[in-house]
Design a protein around this ligand. Sequence first.
Ligand SMILES: CC(C)(COP(=O)(O)OP(=O)(O)OC[C@H]1O[C@@H](n2cnc3c(N)ncnc32)[C@H](O)[C@@H]1OP(=O)(O)O)[C@@H](O)C(=O)NCCC(=O)NCCS
Length: 169
Amino acid sequence: MSDLSLTILQETRDDAPAIERLHERTFGPGRFAKTAYRIREGVGHALELSFTARIGTLLVGSVQLTPIRIGSSRALLLGPLTVEPPFRERGIGQLLIERALAQAKAKGHRLVVLVGDEPYYAKANFKRIPRGRVTMPGPVDPARLLACELADGSFDGVSGPIRPDWDTA
Ligand SMILES: CC(C)(COP(=O)(O)OP(=O)(O)OC[C@H]1O[C@@H](n2cnc3c(N)ncnc32)[C@H](O)[C@@H]1OP(=O)(O)O)[C@@H](O)C(=O)NCCC(=O)NCCS
């Protein structure tokens, strides 16, 4: 009998085609024009901080983290987060976020930012960034720019433009 339990696994290079298909189905070609996409494209996400969700062997969800700088401060950009439609509303998205944040913290990272819906990401402790404090290299709705401190006070004094962190590429 096949094992249909949910597993959250660290992403591997072999996952790339399935994740790309998931992103294509979810976001379509418009994803390439997004400001967050352009940052990720600049440096590439960190496999050791990115995770997939599987039911049995089927990849049903993905979350990726990318090293960035905010001004001179190191941080991570979370996204895309995607769960296949038939598997949504079962907690998989939040599990992926929790796992990625836990791994980032374990690896010594202190701050994660993203562009997304505050009501959803607030459950994972993301808070709206005060308008103008952090800027993206393209248009972004400021109400969707969110940050999560992985250590108390790690967002204190952090401000400036977001760019890929070339030093970790
Ligand atoms: C957003 C997404 C990843 C959520 O995945 P999921 O596995 O269904 O999420 P969870 O099961 O952990 O959480 C579901 C809960 O979040 C809520 N929720 C889902 N999307 C939401 C949103 N955009 N804003 C507010 N709440 C949202 C659901 O209503 C549900 O609420 P409930 O727990 O009160 O019933 C999934 O809907 C998805 O892939 N969407 C398309 C891609 C996307 O928008 N990604 C995020 C931006 S990068």
